[in-house]
Design a protein around this ligand. Sequence first.
Ligand code: DAT
Ligand code: MG
Length: 138
Amino acid sequence: MSDSNAVERTFVMLKPDALERGLIGEIISRLERKGLKPVRFLWRAVSPELAAKHYERLTSKPFYPLLEAYITRGPVLASIWEGRDAVAVVRRLVGATDPALAEAGTIRGDFGLDVTENLIHASDSPEAAEREIGLFFD
Ligand code: DAT
Ligand code: MG
């Protein structure tokens, strides 16, 4: 577990539905107002190869073809955020994986209803953050 006073970096990806639905500004604003600092932003496409590396743990799941089609269908906004205990703090702002179950007040709880199209990815550990930053920012 992370030291709650440690300044950490985390990786955040706004997924294609966030752009399509005009929610980029709303989501970035929530992270900024919390006090997190944006370090880098990059618009980019996600190839099937990058999707498979990023979602390594999930490629054998029955829902993976749907997840791959979604994440590769349009540009994503990759970003790095910094702040005190940033990994856990951003995960709490994002909410549960399934937006139908995510608490009101979280990003997925307020704006999502579909488990595949859940708007945003955030790293689940400092180690995952460094790995994902390495994948998306060469
Ligand atoms: P999270 O994005 O909350 O970290 P995860 O890493 O377990 O969740 O899964 C990555 C993505 O895969 C998730 O955002 C949506 C999709 N996914 C996960 N479990 C799913 C399921 N049971 N059915 C459909 N899509 C799922
Ligand atoms: Mg995850």
